[in-house]
Write a protein that binds this ligand. Structure first.
Ligand SMILES: [Zn+2]
Length: 355
């Protein structure tokens, strides 16, 4: 029997057994060498610490703070907090087809604060396909020593092919919306496979390419996630006709090497479209490298984000991210807020007048 992961509650339970986990994601094992490098990074973090601003100063700062990338819909209990947030705007990123209605609901509830963003996150790429007869197992890359039947029930779920038409409708219905969160992740393990399978890179790339092209068609920016795959992402951009790429492209929680920044910004024909966003949530895991990579980013391309999964931690997350960027760039907190806020306005220029 074929079931859609989105229509049958029992099947859905297998696909998303625990809500509000950090995307139900498994991180790969960390080698001793990488562990040591993280310890060194933590020591370097001491240079990032800045005394917290006073309440008066904080409210002045928040006149110029907006969140370029967050997921408050993941914590339903925290949603009421959105009303009390000091951050001026929130770009709320959708994760998968059945998550998009939650993003739309938030936009309806807070029309002057929420920018709706619709996309398929790479951690859910395995649920979205292109053919009528596709199953999750068709897009999985399974460890060589394992049989398909040991991978878990998720393998027998049929792929959604309605996502593309739905995304198109949403982009039409919400003129302030952008495409996100999309991208590629070579480290993520698929939920429901007992950590035994990843989504094929080719499938993730095709999904990303389709969504970028939809964004271009509707002249919307896109917010991208990329883990251990910056080379593949750059290849995709290099081979694409610029007409099929979005007008502005955010690399969120950017974790590439400093030289990778130049690889994007100096890319022929499309280098001027890239923005780099930094979050306390992700980027603080490697603070020394983060400072170095932020310094490589042109001042007018740096964005501030929380990437948190609860409205309750958005303001604090943004302030912490702001401290890191200010430290890297040698800016005061006030300068950092003003510059990144202007960059936010440039990136979301077509979304702001409508919210
Ligand atoms: Zn995200």
């Amino acid at each position: 029997m074929r079931l859609s992961p989105f229509s049958d509650p029992r099947q859905r339970q297998k696909v998303f057994p625990r809500r509000v986990q950090k995307y139900q994601y498994s991180t790969p094992k960390i080698s001793r060498r990488r562990k040591r490098s993280r310890e060194l990074d933590t020591q370097a973090m001491a240079t990032v610490k800045i005394d917290g601003p006073s309440t008066e100063e904080t409210s002045r700062l928040f006149e110029h703070i907006a969140d370029s990338h967050c997921h408050p819909q993941e914590d339903p209990d925290g949603l009421a907090h959105i009303e009390r947030l000091s951050s001026k705007y929130l770009a709320v990123m959708g994760l998968r087809e059945d998550d998009w209605p939650r993003v739309a609901e938030l936009q309806a509830a807070y029309p002057h604060k929420v920018i709706p963003c619709f996309g398929v996150h790479p951690w859910f790429a395995h649920l979205h396909g292109f053919r009528n007869d596709g199953f999750v197992r068709d897009v999985l890359e399974i460890k060589a020593d394992l049989e398909l039947q040991n991978v878990g029930d998720v393998a027998d779920v049929s792929l959604s092919i309605s996502w593309e038409a739905t995304l198109r409708k949403l982009l039409e219905a919400y003129p302030s919306s952008i495409v996100g969160e999309i991208g590629i992740d070579k480290a993520a393990v698929v939920l429901g496979t007992n950590n035994k399978a990843r989504t094929r890179l080719s499938h993730q790339l095709e999904l990303t390419e389709r969504q970028l092209s939809l964004a271009a068609e509707y002249n919307r920016p896109a917010s991208l996630h990329c883990v251990r795959a910056y080379g593949h992402l750059q290849d995709l951009f290099r081979k694409s006709d610029p007409c099929t790429l979005p007008p502005r492209i955010m690399l969120h929680s950017f974790g590439g090497n400093p030289e990778v920044v130049k690889g994007f910004t100096r890319m022929p024909r499309v280098g001027g479209r890239f923005y780099f966003s930094f979050s306390n949530e992700i980027n603080c895991k490697t603070p020394a490298k983060t400072l170095e990579r932020i310094r490589q980013v042109p001042d007018d391309r740096v964005l501030l984000e929380s990437d948190t999964c609860s409205a309750t931690t958005i303001d604090s997350g943004l302030l912490e991210s702001c401290k890191i960027i200010a430290e890297a760039k040698g800016w005061t907190l006030q300068q950092c807020c003003e510059i990144t806020f202007q960059n936010f306005r440039d990136f979301y220029v077509d979304s702001l007048p409508k919210i």
